[in-house]
Design a protein around this ligand. Structure first.
Ligand code: ADP
Ligand code: ASP
Ligand code: MG
Length: 296
C-alpha cells in the first residue's frame, strides 16, 4: 500500500485532475489518496473571512466565484452518472456551510475572539472537504474518508500540537483491514481530540497528513505530487539555475525544509524517517520525470 498526496495546483483545474486520475489509475496496488484544496482556495476562504469580519459584503461575489469554479471542475472530471450527486454535496457545503458562517461574521459586531477563531477554522476546512468529494467522485469505487475523524490535535498552554499517539491509533482503526483499492481523504484538516472542534495542521499541512497516514500504516512509500520535477537545489521560481536533486537523505531534506524549501511542509519528514519509508517528490504535470527520492 502507498500513500499519494496531491497539492493544490495538482487538483486545481480540470486538466490537472485528469492527470491525477491517470496517476491513480496507474498504481497497481492499494492507495490512500490525500488531497489539498483546489489551488488558491484556502487563501480565498481566508480572504472572505477577513471581508465578512469587516462587514464588507463583497465576500459574496468571491463565494459565488468559488461555487462556479467547483461546479466547472465537477462538470469536467466527474463521470456523468455521479455529477449531480457530487454537485449537490459541494453546493450544500457552500450554500449551507460557508454562506451561513460568513453571514454570521458579517452580521455580528461583537463575537468573542475564541468563537471567531473556531468559525474561521471551520470555514478553512471546507477547501479540502470539497476537493476530496470531487476526487472521490472522479474515481470508480473510491472510498471517501473524513480526516478529522482520525487526525487529532490538542492544545497545550501555549500552542496547538498534533496528538500523535491518538492519531496513530485512529489511523490504524480507520484503514487496517480495508481491501478496496482506492481511498481518498483530506489533507490539512483535523479535529480537537477532546471537543471534536475542527482544527488544522497549519498552512501547507496536507503533506504532514499524508506522512502521518504513511507512517501509521507502514506504507511502502509516500508520494508527494506537486508542480515541480522534484526537490530542487533552490526554489525554481526565484532561482532559474535550480536543479532537481535525484536522491536525498531525510536529514538533508529536513535541513532544506527547515530553511524554507516549501516544496514539503517541514513536519512531514520526521514521521516517515522514523519508519524508514521512502518519500518521492513527483510532478503531476510531468509524471514520467524521475523526481526525487528521500530515504535513509
Ligand atoms: P503543493 O500545492 O503541491 O503542496 P507547494 O506550492 O506547497 O505545492 O510547493 C511546491 C512549490 O515549492 C514549487 O512550485 C516551488 O516554487 C516551491 N519550492 C520552494 N523551494 C523548493 C525546492 N527546494 N525545490 C522545489 N520546489 C521548491
Ligand atoms: N490547503 C492548505 C493550504 O493551502 C493545505 C495544503 O495545501 O497543504 O495551506
Ligand atoms: Mg505544499
Amino acid at each position: 500500500m502507498k500513500v499519494i498526496k496531491f497539492g493544490g495546483t495538482s487538483v486545481g483545474t480540470v486538466q490537472s485532475l485528469h492527470n491525477v486520475k491517470a496517476i491513480i489509475d496507474e498504481c497497481q496496488q492499494q492507495v490512500i489518496v490525500v488531497v489539498s484544496a483546489l489551488g488558491g482556495v484556502t487563501n480565498q476562504l481566508i480572504q472572505m473571512t477577513e471581508l465578512a469580519k469587516r462587514h464588507d459584503a463583497s465576500y459574496e461575489t468571491l463565494l459565488n466565484a468559488l461555487k462556479q469554479r467547483h461546479a466547472d471542475v465537477i462538470a469536467g472530471v466527474v463521470p456523468e452518472e455521479r455529477q449531480q450527486e457530487c454537485l449537490g454535496v459541494v453546493n450544500t457545503f457552500i450554500d449551507e456551510g460557508l454562506a451561513s458562517f460568513y453571514a454570521m461574521l458579517y452580521a455580528n459586531e461583537e463575537l468573542a475572539p475564541d468563537f471567531v477563531e473556531r468559525v474561521s477554522d471551520a470555514i478553512v476546512s471546507h477547501g479540502e472537504i470539497m476537493s476530496s468529494a470531487i476526487v472521490a467522485s472522479m474515481i470508480d469505487g473510491a472510498v471517501p474518508h473524513f480526516s478529522p475523524n482520525f487526525i487529532k490535535t490538542m492544545d497545550t498552554a501555549t500552542e496547538r500540537i498534533l496528538d500523535a499517539e491518538t492519531t496513530e491509533r485512529l489511523i490504524g482503526e480507520e484503514f487496517d483491514g480495508r481491501t478496496e483499492r482506492v481511498h481518498v481523504t483530506q489533507g490539512f484538516i483535523a479535529a480537537d481530540v477532546e471537543t471534536g472542534v475542527k482544527t488544522n495542521l497549519g498552512r501547507g499541512g496536507s503533506d504532514f497528513t499524508a506522512a502521518l497516514i504513511a507512517a501509521a500504516l507502514n506504507a511502502e512509500c509516500l508520494e508527494i505530487w506537486t508542480d515541480v520535477d522534484g526537490f530542487m537545489t533552490a526554489d525554481p521560481r526565484t532561482d532559474p539555475t535550480a536543479e532537481v536533486i535525484p536522491v536525498m537523505t531525510y536529514e538533508q531534506a529536513q535541513r532544506m525544509c527547515d530553511a524554507g524549501a516549501k516544496v514539503i511542509y517541514a513536519p512531514t519528514i520526521a514521521p516517515v524517517a522514523v519508519k524508514h519509508i521512502p518519500v518521492w517528490v513527483k510532478n503531476t504535470f510531468n509524471p514520467t520525470a524521475p523526481g526525487t527520492v528521500i530515504k535513509g
